[in-house]
Design a protein around this ligand. Structure first.
Ligand SMILES: Nc1ncnc2c1ncn2[C@@H]1O[C@H](COP(=O)(O)OP(=O)(O)OP(=O)(O)O)[C@@H](O)[C@H]1O
Length: 336
């Protein structure tokens, strides 16, 4: 497997008038290999968007080494730009244009054959809706139109910043199916998100960022294995008595009501035997597998923040919302 994205020691600080210098990304590393659907997870403000913007040359990094498809970023990015599709800044669409017309315009502007438009509409499941005006699209359809615009170039690498943000469960499912079909078609996908359950379902690899630093990376199942507490959910009559017996047998027992959670269990038979010998019959014995949600909480000290609805055709760019005035160091050529 070859590296499609490599980031080593990325640093980026912003200077704001009110709060002074703020380090957004602090020595961050990321490795995405070809064929992966790679989840990029982190709490609100942990540095995901800044990382992606730096990778794509939209903001200048203070330090670090980055490559995209084997070329250094940002210097050699133009050499591979035609092979990379990205939605990091929310694209703006004209509500009065149809999806088809929007993509035709973008195809012409990007020097892509207009014949690609039908192909990408088909790919994102908008073929039958391409002749409708964008203002009549649901949020999920607008997100898919945004993905379609990134697919016009038939990219090998697709970078999506929070593609499921603000979507309802049906929209999230559509986005998930779309990413899966892209991966099956051989596209490498890097997707940032805070919707952990979705990342767990969609992605094979994950990198977790907290306060600008990488706190975990690897295959999703391997990252989760590090959080396996070998716990079992146990349902039994007389749970209070069962808890006493299991504690006396050296196990950790928590839980209330009609079930117990028994920890540090190497062999489930220990539980059923201990209870069975005392005449208590186990009605349910289920291993509790760690999920990304709890791993994330433990690693970052923060719960995944609730979805912030963000529409792809919002008139306000994300950077203009809830942000203080910023000294644009890039424009002034000043080092942070
Ligand atoms: N243009 C900017 N000016 C000033 N501060 C910024 C700017 N962009 C990002 N920051 C700050 O850098 C930190 C990281 O922000 P970033 O947007 O990269 O996080 P994120 O992980 O993408 O968050 P979210 O999930 O909310 O999108 C935050 O403290 C943010 O306020």
């Amino acid at each position: 497997m070859s590296a499609v994205i490599e980031i080593e020691g990325l640093r980026k600080a912003f200077h704001s008038l009110r709060r002074g210098r703020r380090v957004a990304v602090d020595g961050f590393d990321l490795l995405v290999e070809s064929g992966q659907i790679h989840g990029f997870l982190g709490p609100n403000g942990s540095g995901k968007t800044t990382t992606l913007r730096a990778l794509l040359g939209l903001v200048r990094a203070d330090a670090g080494r980055m490559t995209v498809l084997g070329r250094t970023s940002p210097e050699q990015l133009p050499q591979v730009a035609g092979r990379v599709g990205a939605i990091v800044e929310s694209p703006q669409f004209f509500g009065n244009f149809t999806g088809h017309r929007t993509l035709r315009l973008l195809a012409r502007a990007g020097g892509v054959p207009v014949a690609r438009v039908d192909a990408v509409l088909e790919q994102v499941g908008l073929r039958d809706r391409g002749d409708e005006r964008v203002k009549g699209y649901s949020l999920g359809m607008k997100q898919r139109l945004a993905v379609a615009s990134a697919l016009l170039k038939d990219p090998e690498l697709l970078i999506l910043d929070e593609p499921a943000n603000g979507l309802d469960p049906a929209g999230i499912r559509e986005m998930r199916d779309l990413m899966r079909s892209l991966a099956e078609a051989g596209v490498t996908v890097l997707v940032s998100s805070h919707i952990l359950a979705e990342i767990q379902l969609i992605c094979d690899h994950v990198t977790i960022i907290s306060r600008g630093r990488r706190v975990a990376a690897g295959r999703v199942d391997e990252v989760l294995a590090g959080f396996d507490r070998h716990e079992l959910l146990v349902r039994v009559d007389e749970p209070a008595r069962a808890a006493e017996l299991l504690t006396a047998a050296g196990l950790t027992v928590t839980g209330d009501g009609d079930h117990l959670v028994v920890g540090d269990v190497d062999d489930a038979a220990t539980v059923s035997r201990t209870l069975g010998e005392a005449g208590l019959w186990v009605r349910e014995l289920t291993p509790l597998r760690p999920d990304l949600e709890s791993a994330f909480l433990e690693l970052t000290g923060a719960p995944a923040h609730p979805a912030v609805p963000r529409q792809v055709d919002e008139t306000v760019l994300p950077d203009q919302r809830d942000r203080e005035p910023v000294i644009d160091l890039d424009a002034k050529g000043v080092d942070a």
